[in-house]
Design a protein around this ligand. Structure first.
Ligand code: ZN
Length: 54
């Protein structure tokens, strides 16, 4: 099952999006992205909550 996270859905003016079958991989990438680009921290639970099934 492929999941997707779109940064814009979280209210950011940002074109980052990621699709993966691996939740762990997505969590790693999204954590790094929001930290580096938006300067905020997201918990793994926050990120899981933002995932949509494609
Ligand atoms: Zn972003």
């Amino acid at each position: 099952m492929v999941k997707e996270i779109v940064c814009r859905d979280a209210g950011y003016d940002c074109d980052f999006e990621i699709r993966s079958e691996s939740e762990d991989e997505m969590i790693r990438y999204v954590k790094e992205h929001v930290q580096n680009v938006h300067g905020v921290g997201m918990s793994s639970d926050d990120i899981r909550g933002a995932m949509k099934t494609v």
